[in-house]
Design a protein around this ligand. Structure first.
Ligand code: GTP
Ligand code: MG
Length: 215
């Protein structure tokens, strides 16, 4: 750990430039999402996004992840192998909003989609559901353009509720939770999915009534 920091801060310039790029990438993606949400509100009088939260991974978490995956701590390795240094979490109202938003993000010609993990169609063993996109956004500097990675996690309010609490509960056990805890959490995840499905179908029903009445 101190090893990494020593070397890192020997090279303060390149560390600062790297973090500057990730911060800029977060701003770019944040603005894109806000614009999509505003446009949606403008056209459909409806906000698909409940809220957006951005974060930069802490240096100690970056080191931990590199170590876990068997990489030496260096700026080069972190840029290459740690995909979630810049992360944006988007909380949507309904499951349908997630796919609509993901498609709109995917269609932006300056963004490159490196990978997609659909943990809604294929939930994790834990019960975790969310839609993950790894993208790069070009950052225009005075004399160059740098494609910078951002991990976008898109989920419903219900999925976010489960993930936040599961993280808190599971964290205490450091990955060794008793079987009944994991089972209960998976059952809660199923309840969450049912809740999302009911809310979605209610919303669809109300939209049909509105359409009939020309609202
Ligand atoms: P990480 O090493 O955790 O980043 O996993 P990964 O590189 O395989 O990526 P993945 O897309 O599977 O997960 C990335 C992120 O999704 C994590 O950092 C968490 O924010 C979230 N996540 C994944 N699985 C779970 C889970 O079981 N519970 C919760 N609460 N969050 C999860
Ligand atoms: Mg992560």
């Amino acid at each position: 750990m101190s090893n990494f920091s020593d070397r890192l801060y020997d090279d303060v310039d390149s560390w600062e430039t790297t973090m500057f790029l990730y911060n800029s990438a977060l701003k770019e993606v944040g603005t894109k999402l806000e614009i999509l949400n505003d446009e949606f509100q403008h056209i459909h009088r409806y906000n698909p996004i409940e809220h957006i939260k951005s974060r930069i991974k802490l240096p100690e978490s970056i080191v931990k992840k590199l170590k876990k995956n068997g990489y030496e701590s260096s700026i080069e390795n972190m840029v290459k192998y740690v995909n979630d240094i810049a992360g944006v979490r988007v909380t949507c109202s309904f499951t349908s909003d997630i796919y609509r938003l993901a498609e709109m993000i995917g269609n932006q010609s300056d963004l490159k989609v490196l990978s997609i993990k659909d943990y809604i169609k294929a939930p994790k063993e834990s019960g975790y559901k969310s839609y993950h996109m790894l993208v790069t956004v070009p950052i225009f500097l005075s004399d160059s353009v740098v494609d910078t990675k951002v991990e976008i996690q898109i989920r419903t309010i219900a999925m976010d509720f489960w993930a936040s609490l599961e993280h808190k509960i599971y964290y205490k056990f450091e990955g060794n939770a008793p079987d009944y805890i994991s089972r209960e959490l998976r059952e809660c995840a199923e309840m969450i999915s049912k809740l999302d499905a009911r809310m979605l179908s209610l919303n669809e029903a109300i939209k049909r009534v509105d359409a009939k009445q020309g609202r």
